[in-house]
Design a protein around this ligand. Structure first.
Ligand code: SAH
Length: 238
């Protein structure tokens, strides 16, 4: 059984002692049933920190015992993800964070069911970042994937992506993903529930995305995210 994990971004550190933020403190005490002396693992952008809790009333502090740097997951996976309906989308975010995706580039595609205006996107981004952080606790990962604001495919900054680029396409020209050759970085694009619009698939191909197949079956977008990202992560030299 691994020790309970918490994120430390909102906690304060002074002289070897962490003062745990209210929300994480409540979770450790009420849900994880921790007490003074419990050993827990703190996650903080690239670092794993072993802690021993000191509980006094509602205040939870923690003595830092050791700190380890976590290497960056390889390959650096860039997931281009179309906006999906809430349940599918939340699940896709969680899966990407657990697998160790480096960055999620959100796409507002023509056939996306959700179409958020600028005002709502900010609220949504906050919620999505929270989902990613929660998933890192489940996975014991020190870093959450970076998340960029949704843009139409035509406005995506392609130059910022790795040179090995693939698009999951339900097309006869798509080659099996196991034939995809990639280096230290890889980009994979997954379309919305309504699939890519023909203009979008042509745009992907013209921008150097090789069409890949994830098998003969039509997968839900979240399953496609999991299958493709896991493939790249697990087939790289570990
Ligand atoms: N509604 C569409 C399916 C969309 S699936 C239909 O019924 O035909 C959503 C996305 O998952 C697709 O755009 C594609 O990127 C990916 N996908 C799903 N299954 C796939 C497969 N077998 N091979 C490649 N990509 C797949």
């Amino acid at each position: 059984m691994s020790s309970p994990r918490l994120r430390l971004e909102k906690s304060a550190f002074h002289d070897g002692i962490w003062t745990i933020d209210e929300q994480e403190a409540r979770h450790l005490i009420k849900v994880r049933r921790c007490y003074s002396g419990s050993l827990v693992e703190g996650l903080l952008d690239g670092q794993k920190i072993q802690l021993r809790l000191i509980c006094e009333g509602d205040t939870v502090r923690a003595e830092e015992l050791s700190r380890l740097q976590e290497p960056l997951p390889r390959p650096e996976i860039h997931l281009l993800l179309a906006l999906l309906k809430t349940d599918q989308f939340d699940l896709s975010l969680r899966l990407a964070a657990e697998i160790g995706v480096y960055k999620i580039h959100l796409l507002q595609c023509k056939r996306c069911v959700p179409q958020y205006g600028a005002g709502r996107v900010e609220d949504k981004m906050r919620r999505w970042r929270k989902i990613l952080d929660e998933a890192t606790k489940q996975a014991g990962a020190t870093r959450a994937p970076l998340l960029s604001t949704p843009v139409p495919l035509s406005e995506l900054d392609i130059a910022a992506l790795p040179e090995s680029r693939f698009a999951a396409l339900l097309s006869e020209n798509a080659r099996p993903i196991k034939e995809a050759a990639f280096g230290d970085g890889v980009a994979i694009a997954i379309g919305p529930e309504g699939d890519w619009d023909p203009e979008e698939s042509s745009l992907l191909l013209s921008r150097g995305f090789a069409p890949v197949s994830l098998g003969k079956r039509i997968l839900r977008a979240s399953t496609a995210v999991s299958a493709a990202c896991s493939w790249f992560m697990l087939s790289a030299d570990q």
